[in-house]
Each structure stands twice: as C-alpha cells, then as structure tokens.
Design a protein around this ligand. Sequence first.
Ligand code: GLA
Length: 731
Amino acid sequence: MIIKNGNTFHLQGRNISYIFTVSDAGDLLHYHFGGKLGDKDYSASVGNEFRKLICFDGDNALDGIYSETAIREYPEYGHTDLRSPAYTVENKYGNTITRLKYKDFVIKENETASVAGMPSVYKGDKAAQTLEITLFDESIGLEAVLSYTVFDEQDVILRSTRFVNKSDSDMTLESAYSASVDFDKRDLDIVYFPGAWCREREFVRTPIPFGGKVEASNARGGSGHAMNPFIMLCGKDTNEKHGEVYGFSLIYSGNHSSVAECDQYGNIRVRQGINPFGFEYKLASGDVFYTPQSVLAYSSDGFGGLSREMHDIYRENLCLSKWAGKDRPILINNWEGTYFNFNEEKILSMAKKAKEAGVELFVLDDGWFGKRNSNKSSLGDWYVNKDKLPSGIEGLAKKINDEGLSFGLWFEPEMANPDSDLYREHPDWIISVPNLTPALGRNQYMLDLSRDDVCDFIVKSVSDILSCAPIVYVKWDYNRMMADMPCKGYNHRYTLGLYKVLDALIRKFPDVLFEGCAAGGGRFDAGMLAYSPQIWTSDNTDAIARLKIQYSTSICYPLSTISAHVTESPNHMVHRDTPLKTRADVALAGMFGYELDITKMTDDEIGSIKDITEFCKSVRTLVRTGDLYRLQSPYEGNYCSWQIVSKDKSEALVFGCRILNTTNTKESRLTLDGLSPEFEYTDTVTGETYGGDELMNRGIVPDYEEIDFATFVKVLKKQNNASEVNYEVFR
Ligand code: GLA
C-alpha cells in the first residue's frame, strides 16, 4: 500500500515500511526502511538529530537540516552534500553541480514499474502499486523520476530511476545508480558474494568501517564470476534465523556496483546500480535514460527470512518463460562425458542408456557445429558438423526423440573464433578498439551486440537451428570476459543488445526452456533469470565444492534457478572421489541432471541412477516451489544441511552432509525448521513419525555413514501421506 500523509510518502508491504518525506526546501529526506510503522505524517520528526550537526552555512540548510548531515533519498554531490552521490551529470557549463528538488508525484494502481530495454519484476497476480516521484533541477533542466513499487503481500521494494534532459543542450550522465538508501545507524555488516571461475559466490561478511566503504563491484563485462550483483546489510547479531537484514539485488547482467559507505556521522549509504567506472551516457535534449531495477528486501528473520522473500519474488514475478512455473525435465548433458569427442553413434548410445535410467531430456553441449573439435574454432558458425552428426541436428533430434527423450542444444551466440567463417566474413563485427589487436579469451572474440545487424544475425542463426528440429531446451553460454570496450558506456549498450536478442528469442520460441551459463556461473544474475528460469551454477561439479557454491547462491536465488548435475568421480575439476549418493543428494537441491558418460557405468550404477531419477521426480515440485531453510553452513564447519518445506507444510526434504568423517564422536542433534508444530510427520523411508514441534525443538540425530562426504536425504510427509519411495537402496 502507498500512503501519502502530509509531506510523508509511506510504502507499506506485508511486514515492512519504506518512508521518506519532502522537506519545505523540496529535498527528499529518507526516514525509515525496515519493520512496519503506522500511518502518520513523519515529516516533523525527520532529522531532529541532524539539526545540531555543524556543516555548511545555515542559509544552505534544508529547514535547518544540512543536507550533508541528513539521510537522503537520491543525493547529488557538490553543493551542500559532499558525500558519494547517487548520480553525476556533467552539464553544458562543464561542471557536475546539480540540485534536484521535488516537483510532483503519481501513484499507479495495480502496476509494477517497468524499465525500458531491461527486464524487471512484474506484477503477476500479486497486488502492487507504484509511486513515481518527479525531481527537477531548474538550473540545468534535468528531470529525474524515482520509481518505487511495493507489493501488499511481500517485503520488497523495487527501485529504479529515469533521467530526462529537459534542457536545450546536451548533458552527460557519468553515474546513475538505480537506488541509494541511507541508514542512520552505524553497526551494520555487509555480506557480499565475490568469487572466481569454479568457486562462484563465496559468502563474505565484514563490518562497514567508519569513514570507509566496502565496494562489491565488477567491471569485467558480464555480471561476472568475480562479484555477484547482490549484497546484504545486516545487524551485528543477525544470523541465518534471527535478526534484521536488508537485501539489494540488481536486475542487470553487465558491469555493476554495490557500495556501502559510512560517513563522518556514522550514517551508512548504500548505492546499487550500473558500475560508474567506464560508464557514460550522452543525454541530448529530450533524451531519456533508464537505470536497471534494484530489488530491495527486508526481513527480521535473518538471512533465511530474506532468502524466502527473494525466492518468492524471483520465482514468481521475474522470469518471462512459462518454464518458470513448471517442473523441469531431468536431463543428461554430454559435456563432462565426452567434451568435444563425440559422434552421432556415441550420443545415441548415451541417450539410450539415459532413457533406461528414466532421464527425460538429452542436451548436446559444445562441439556440434562448424569444424569445432576444440575451443579454438567455429564459434559463430551455427550450422551442424556433418562429420560428427551425419543426420544433422534434425536427424539427431528425431532419433533422440525416438529413444523417448526430448532434445536440447548448446549455443554460445555472443562469440566468434578468429578461425570461423563468421569472423572471416565480418571481421568488423567483433568488439575492438583501433590500433590494438583485440584480446582473445578462451581463443574467442566477442561480437558487438551494440550493433543491430549483429543482434539480428544472432537471432536469425539461433532461430534457424531451433526451427529445423524439435529442440525444447537451449543452453546459452558466454565463456569470456569483455575487453577492449570501444567507448565509455559501451558495456551498457552491449547489455541492452543482449536483452533485445534474448527477448526476441524467448518470444519466438515460447516453449523452449532456456538455461543461462557463463563458463559456469559467471552471469548468475536476476537479469539473465528474466529470460532463463535456470542457470548453470558452476563448472565446478564436485559435490563438496558445490555445498558452498549452492548454499551461498541460494541466499538470493531460488533453488528453481540453480542447475546442478551429477558428474563422474573423481571429479574433473577438483579430482575428489565422492560417493554417487553424495553427488546426487547435493544435486537434488537444484534443477537436476547428469553430466557423465552413462555408457561407462556398471549395471549396478545404472540401477542406482534409476532410483535417484525416480526419487528426483518425486521431489522436484517440492524443490522448485518449497521454502528453503538453511540449517548448517558449510562456511562454518564440517557440516552442511538444508531443508525444503512445501508451502502448506505437509512435506519436507531434509539434506545433511558431514564433510569429513570423525572417529568416536557423537552426532549432535539437528533441529529442523519451517514445519507446522501441529502436524505429525512420517519419515518416508523408516516409517518413524515425529511431531513437527519435536522436529523443530528437539530435532533428529543424523545417522551418517562412517565415511568422508557422507550425506543423508530424508523426506518427511504429514502423516497419512507417506509415499513408498525407498531412496536408501543405492546407498
Ligand atoms: C562452459 C560451460 C560448460 C560447457 C563448456 C563448453 O565452460 O560452463 O558447461 O558448456 O563451456 O565449451
């Protein structure tokens, strides 16, 4: 609900309030973001604590409050506030001094804000309202429209900003954050998610130093392995279950920046948006610039509460594909099984075996096109390699269908190898700067998606393949970072080109399930999730490494977006040997598949795979739609566990892993979460029953096997509802 009471704007979600006021001087002063407050005009209470602070000359004060000391809504730099700004614009006089003042507002009923050219959270069947505040700087003719959406039954606020040049002369945006939020409290930690290839999204928590800042930014092209566009701010005592936490997630796949900074008075300012480094946007007279959307969330129930909030909104109101709301097929992907070394016969033999094990979809990965037998050639040549696949993609897809599986295909459409017909024909289509040999990454160049002809080529070449055969799934890969950007602001233009291409393709092929990928999880962000309901989480498929990767990915992103495959042991990345059960148990908490040479497996192993697949089918709706409760963090010790509970609390899957075996120790009890204390639950394997109150207060004692990397998975069903699935058989 949006309430305007006097000079107060108040956005009320289910349990939250976001409040700011307009001062008599026309400045937007932030008042509160957090637990829900009542409806009143808070403008008189704003800033009393700031009035006594010494700063600029009194004449510049906003109703006695110096802007530099206040907590503000969308601050500028350089007039009476010298802190880090939400935006910077160079005007025709060559300076960047600006002062946006409140002009008017509009409330849009039953609408979420949309952002031109970029994905955003949509309304779906939720009740939502959008507030637009127009600010204007008369001295230079700049308008900024701040957009805020609130949902009646969620604890999130969507924010974005739109700039309009209302003057007769050009101006240049040098930075334009989507949101800026000031907190007049000092004792906050920041949690952010840096990483690298094969160890994406590590959970890092650190205090925000007085007078200093923590910057979680990335300028490597895509949103990146190195830093995810999601941060949290939390109280010192906040943990998984308890305490205040604020989430900031950017719906964007390019260079991004999230900065938390503490000023001289101990106020903390958080800004999130496009990374200003290397950014610039020329605003000619009448031009409009949209920032991406930032999703702000709040919970007083710790990181777990915040995750469940984010999961609901991203699961239900972000992805444009119908697959977002559907169970995903259990797939087998040939990459780790064959790499580039396959032919039609090999693929069909894998598909046949996979079918025996109950698999539903075969995904043919890299190497099916041009002359591609290694990563040195053919990206850009999206026509089949008949030496490997004599019946073509059409013939192969039909044969796979005849085996009883559907068919999916890998593409990396944003790239071209120097050794490709595409590059030979269009050397000017790659990203480059004059007088410098373009940098190669994984032996490939990047195509210039800021050009319409390049975008059209991609849409056409992918469409031609998708139209020639019954292809139901596309893995959309992106395997290098962006270098040699030809001008400031290029990365944003590229990102808009990418969204245009993806938008065209998902509209043209609405039945196809797109999976995002970027050398593993190098572009795991809410922007890509708008087009692909699931994303390949990491090229590191080792079950033990995946505990951390999946755990921290799940803080922002729902399990329905996290692709997880069972691969060979020893693992190809970390060379660790882990039991099949462990690999399967970990992968079950995601969108499940296999990625190994199934033809090399023994009959016993195939039997196990069959059981796993059958079990996965029985829990996949629960995994996709349930509430996640993380119970033990792999960042904190030898254990990792989580639990997925159906919305009606009638069913739960509990997973646990003891990483290294211990001798002569007693397992501690593990208390569960999120169940109904009133229900009786039955363990579907042992038949034992427990009260929900017992499970949540007294807990269970995990019965780990005496091995390293031991795991268990338990399904608990509300009594009289137990299934017959016996998952323990393949232990
Ligand atoms: C990337 C992906 C892998 C695989 C290869 C193919 O590394 O993350 O899953 O598709 O590319 O080259």
